[in-house]
Ligand binder design. Structure first.
Ligand code: ATP
Ligand code: ZN
Length: 308
């Protein structure tokens, strides 16, 4: 049975033991229309249980079963739209947020779109370190961030702003060096450039307008809860192993898990099965130490969502 009722001027409905808010407001999310962040943005929403069907290449799409409306925009415009409340929140590269310098809050790192903003110069040239850039010409699409960085490092250089294909600037005589985004380094390699300095590491972030209504803040908290569960799951693996009972204490101390490991008896009375969660960062070290301490039959399983 479905019941609808009101409390504190908010509408609710219940289905069996579950209750749901009826949100009048929709949270407006801006994502990149096409490009390197599009896939990651739509995938993250999907992993959060939010389906976006943008089959017809529309500008705005209402999400199914979540009070969210997604706007598809150029990534460079997202910080300004979020500042001006055209969108409430956005998924965009931290590099763009820094360069545009708009009044928005960075709420979370999203774990995709990873790259770094770096200075690079011709491989066999005279520029090998930051100081060599003194009085040189640097081509970039990041004039604001670069200028700030050069000033802080007492380098006086001429910044030449270009909007794309920055990597060809030294070859066509437009600049002595470049400041551009790098991920694998293959573009630099192809253009016979070497990286000489990293300004900062970047990834996609969730930005928010500074004056969200309380209803919109509530929707944002629900979205963040899901994003954090997805991120946590990606950083952790489920581990199952067999341990001799006399080694249980040391083995459990190596994989403490969320609260403590689960220990189940095996048919062989001298052995137990241990289940726990293990962090991706120290994964191989821990596995090796587990083996050294007598663990056998170690299984590692991906986790889909993780709520702590
Ligand atoms: P738009 O048409 O939306 O303006 P764009 O050409 O400016 O797109 P993309 O090249 O699609 O942008 O890059 C979008 C974002 O992807 C970058 O701002 C950055 O945050 C991230 N990114 C990750 N790796 C790289 C990389 N190797 N080169 C450029 N951007 C990268
Ligand atoms: Zn762009």
């Amino acid at each position: 049975m479905v019941c609808v009722y009101k409390h504190n001027s908010r509408a609710y409905f219940t289905v069996g033991p579950f209750y749901f808010f009826i949100m009048n407001e929709l949270l407006k999310l801006a994502v990149q229309k096409s490009g390197r962040l599009y896939e990651g943005s739509v995938r993250l929403l999907k992993e959060c249980g939010i389906e976006i069907n943008n089959g017809n290449n529309q500008l705005r799409v209402r999400a199914a079963e979540f009070p969210l409306e997604v706007f598809f925009l150029r990534d460079d415009d997202i910080p300004e739209y979020v500042q001006d409340a055209v969108a409430d929140i956005g998924f965009v590269g931290e590099n763009v947020v820094k360069e545009k310098n708009k009044q928005v809050d960075i709420i979370a790192q999203l774990g995709f779109g990873k790259c770094r903003l770096s200075l690079a110069a011709p491989k066999n040239g005279v520029i090998n370190k930051l100081d060599d850039l003194q009085h040189k010409k640097i081509a970039t699409s990041y004039p604001y961030v670069l200028n700030d960085y050069l000033q802080k490092n007492n380098i006086s250089a001429e910044i030449h702003e270009i909007s794309g294909s920055v990597e060809i600037a030294p070859r066509i005589g437009l600049a002595d060096a470049i400041c551009d985004l790098v991920s694998s380094g293959s573009t630099l390699f192809t253009n016979e450039l070497k990286e000489i300095e990293t300004l900062f590491e970047s990834q996609a972030v969730l930005i928010s307008n500074k004056d969200l209504s309380s209803d919109k803040k509530e929707i944002l908290q629900k979205l963040l809860f899901r994003i954090n569960a997805v991120k946590k799951a990606k950083n952790n693996k489920y581990v199952l192993l067999n341990a001799p009972n006399d080694k249980l204490e040391i083995i459990c101390s190596l994989i403490p898990g969320m609260k403590s490991p689960t220990i189940l008896p095996l048919a062989d009375k001298n052995w137990s099965s241990v289940h726990s969660v293990i962090n991706e960062n120290d994964f191989w070290n821990v596995i090796e130490t587990l083996k050294m301490n007598g663990a056998q039959g170690i299984l590692i399983v991906p986790i889909e969502k993780m709520v702590v």
